[in-house]
Design a protein around this ligand. Structure first.
Ligand code: NAP
Length: 328
């Protein structure tokens, strides 16, 4: 396959993209080659650009720097040690730090690839790897919330509920039968309500800026998907018996507060979280929920690969409603 050329987009040396023709990537023994049917963008794709550019000088310096980590498509080739997949399988994959999704073909580790159940489209599935998994891990592992109805009903706040991660966090929390307060912009209040949120607050209103629940609830958990908020605002909204903020956008202040609260064994805590998927466990759970009709991807927009630059700019603007998707 390596002699065949494909269309792809690479970082052009700044945060912009440049269209190129490059060789279809080669796989090693534990990898699958996927013909991409849909890829979704995440803020990490542009936020991590500088770090990726730096690391590429030392690791895989000869391979093109193609962004996008989340793809769905069809397996066209498998490495010698691959057992779970064969050519023709419809899959979804997390390409991890290497990226490669803004192209016609992408290479994924077998361990981070999952079969797409019948009835789950490539567009719906490709939203899941980073955004869906982050929402799932934040709720379950970081905040310790049961989503199978086995635990007590919790009060949960999801900030930026109209975004890629927030939309899944609201739906997953409701699958677990929890009470959900959500923040988003005024144009998305109805949409977020339709995802199941019990109360929705405009983040630009005084109540939204203060993260207050309209019904006066305090939160057992906050899944924080928006920009930094001072700890004092979180603290006054957390349950006195023990509330936790899972911070998906942690800056230095969040890390410092995390350390202080841990040292003092405080009941109200903040936990910075960064997703590092090791296997396909969460992806499979999310795909099953999707196949059962319990979870969906809100799609902001779909862009042809030739127009990936437009999708990229839209993502950087930071006002997507759901996922931005690119299709070869
Ligand atoms: N730690 C991790 O492992 C991890 C994983 C995934 C994502 N993240 C981070 O989590 C954040 C969210 O990611 P995402 O993919 O959901 O982003 P996204 O899709 O780009 O989020 C855009 C949405 O957020 C809304 N929004 C922006 N500021 C808001 C605020 N202060 N309050 C309420 N809503 C607000 C926007 O609404 P308007 O258009 O109305 O402004 C828009 O609908 C990003 O910073 C991302 O880097 C971290």
């Amino acid at each position: 396959m390596s002699a065949i050329l494909m269309n792809a987009f690479v970082y052009d040396g700044s945060r912009r993209l440049k269209q190129v023709r490059v060789g279809v990537p080669k796989i090693v023994s534990d990898e699958v080659l996927i013909k991409v049917e849909a890829a979704s963008l995440n803020p990490v794709d542009w936020k991590a650009y500088a770090l990726k550019a730096l690391l590429r000088r030392f690791v895989a310096a000869d391979s093109p720097l193609i962004p996008a980590t989340d793809v769905a498509g069809e397996v066209v080739d498998v490495g010698a040690a691959v057992e779970k997949f064969r050519a023709g399988d419809k899959v979804v994959a997390h390409l991890n730090f290497k990226g490669g999704g803004l192209s016609e073909y992408a290479v994924a580790k077998e361990a981070l690839t999952a079969l797409r159940p019948e009835g789950v489209s490539a567009v719906q599935a490709c939203g899941l790897p980073i955004a869906g998994e982050t929402a799932y891990v934040a709720l379950t592992k970081s905040a310790g919330i049961a989503l199978d109805g086995s635990g007590p009903r919790k009060n949960i706040l999801v900030t930026a509920a109209s975004g890629g991660v927030g939309q899944y966090a609201v739906q997953l929390a409701k699958i677990g039968n929890h009470h959900v307060t959500a923040t988003c912009g005024s144009r998305n209040l109805d949409l977020v309500k339709s995802l199941g949120a019990d109360e929705v607050v405009d983040y630009r209103s005084p109540e939204g800026a203060a993260l207050r629940s309209p019904s006066g609830k305090t939160y057992d958990a906050v899944i924080h998907c928006a920009a930094a908020v001072p700890w004092s605002i979180f603290e006054r909204n957390l349950n006195d018996a023990g509330g936790i903020v899972v911070d998906l956008t942690p800056g230095p202040a969040a890390w410092l507060t995390y350390a202080l609260k841990k040292l003092t064994s405080a009941k109200k805590r903040i936990v910075p979280m960064i997703l590092f998927p090791k296997d396909d466990r969460e992806l499979k759970i999310l795909l099953t929920l999707m196949a059962e009709g319990k979870l969906k991807t809100i799609v902001d927009s779909i862009h042809p690969l030739d127009n990936a630059e437009e999708a990229w700019r839209k993502g950087i603007d930071g006002h997507a409603t759901g996922k931005i998707i690119v299709q070869p």
